[in-house]
Design a protein around this ligand. Structure first.
Ligand SMILES: Nc1ncnc2c1ncn2[C@@H]1O[C@H](COP(=O)(O)OP(=O)(O)OP(=O)(O)O)[C@@H](O)[C@H]1O
Ligand SMILES: [Mg+2]
Length: 383
């Protein structure tokens, strides 16, 4: 997280500290901003996941930390040691940064055996720090369930096995910081799930810190201690997966992390704790007004589909929840949930009903329903 002090004010050990990072690529007379104004702290034992669309600068940020790109501006420290500073004209080469890396584009070396691939990072260590190389390779391969493949070449392994070997190579030097760039994007969904679980176990066991890049929102939520949602070279929001999901600071973030219903709206009342937003289909209360909210402000009213319920028209509900009369357009059964698309005056809303609810009173297309917004779930997202 961004604060580098704990509650008592004592400095927290920071695994990676990035300040004011900017990297512009210049090719054939054109400038492309890779990252700009990025500040990020990764605490000891923390995994920060960078999530964002293609081209938003995730790889650039990671390669800058690794020393594979030279940023234009900023500073990077690893384990308290300055490894890059534009003002001090300092840039340590990658091998002096002592990081573990598992990059999609850093596939295994095809001409080396599994043993040679995995033991390679140890060869850059002082001989006294290498230990019993054979035993270390065996240990890490056993931990990852790929012992016994030492003499094979990468082409003689499945995709999932190759990724495990690549992970073994990233872990073997016991780096305190590991950088991952979409390490699981080439393996099928089932293997990916297993590898994610294994990564979580390994993290608990070895307490490594790291930065992990992915496009996959579920993977991001599952692995992140802290999630950083990026857009066009910047970090748009930083927080736990739950914070980012439940309190997105913009429509961009809300839409990038999960599904969201949203409608153009205007603030027509702002009190100390509650605000009111007007939409085409009614005016609604928003709990938790903030200082930046002002009457007349335009933006969006938003709610997650799992916070939208439906009931028979006019039927009483236990909580006085905001409701709107609508007409069911479509019901899609997806096993664990039912997705119900409902027409409102001048708008549409998606409700996700989970098994128990949809079983009791299954909605039917064409029927009139009351759309019920769970109390406290409507949010204001500034334009
Ligand atoms: N070597 C390069 N030369 C010129 N422009 C580059 C270079 N590498 C990246 N860029 C540009 O910098 C921006 C950020 O790229 P980056 O590779 O960091 O994105 P990314 O978030 O990792 O995307 P993806 O999810 O597709 O991997 C993009 O606009 C990209 O086109
Ligand atoms: Mg990338």
């Amino acid at each position: 997280m961004t604060n580098s002090s704990n509650a008592a004010g004592a400095p927290k050990r920071t695994a990676v500290q990035i300040r004011g990072l900017r990297k512009v690529y210049r090719t054939r007379g054109r400038s492309v901003v890779g990252v700009d104004h990025v500040d990020l702290d990764v605490g000891a034992g923390e995994l920060v996941v960078l999530l964002g669309p293609s081209g938003c600068g995730k790889t650039t940020l990671l390669r800058s930390v690794a020393g594979l790109e030279t940023p234009d501006l900023g500073e990077i420290s690893i384990d308290g040691k300055l490894v890059f500073s534009s003002s001090q004209k300092k840039a340590l080469p990658p091998e002096d940064r002592h990081l573990g890396m598992m990059f999609q584009s850093y596939a295994l070396w095809p001409h080396m055996t599994v043993f040679q691939n995995v033991s390679y990072p140890l060869t850059s260590l002082e001989p006294s720090a290498r230990g019993d190389i054979k035993a270390r390779v065996h240990d890490v391969l056993t931990k990852l369930g790929v012992a016994g493949f030492e003499e094979r070449f990468p082409s003689e392994l499945s995709g999932g096995q190759q990724q495990r070997v690549a992970l073994a190579r990233a872990l073997i030097g016991k780096p305190s910081v590991i950088l991952f760039d979409e390490p699981l994007s080439n393996v099928d969904a089932k293997v990916r799930r297993r590898l994610r679980q294994q990564l979580r176990d390994l993290k608990q066991e070895t307490k490594f810190s790291g930065i992990y890049v992915t496009h996959d929102q579920e993977e991001a939520m599952e692995l992140a201690d802290t999630l950083a949602v990026m857009d066009a070279g910047n970090i748009r929001q930083l927080g736990t997966g739950r914070e980012v999901y439940e309190r997105p600071n913009s429509l961009y973030v809300a839409g990038f992390v999960g599904e969201v219903n949203f409608w153009p709206a205007e603030l027509v009342g702002v009190g100390p704790h509650v605000a009111h937003a007007r939409t085409d289909f009614g005016t609604f209360e928003i709990i938790g007004a903030t200082a930046s909210m002002q009457v007349g402000q335009k933006g969006h009213l938003a709610i997650r589909p799992e916070r939208v319920n439906i009931g028979a028209p006019g039927a009483p509900v236990a909580d006085p929840a905001p409701r709107v009369r609508g007409k069911v357009r479509e019901v899609v059964f997806l096993g664990a949930r039912c997705e119900v698309r409902i027409e409102l005056p001048g708008a549409e809303v998606m409700a996700w009903l989970f098994e128990a609810v949809s079983h009791r009173s299954p909605p039917v297309a064409g029927g009139a329903v009351d759309v019920i917004f769970e109390p406290g779930s409507l949010q204001w997202l500034p334009a």
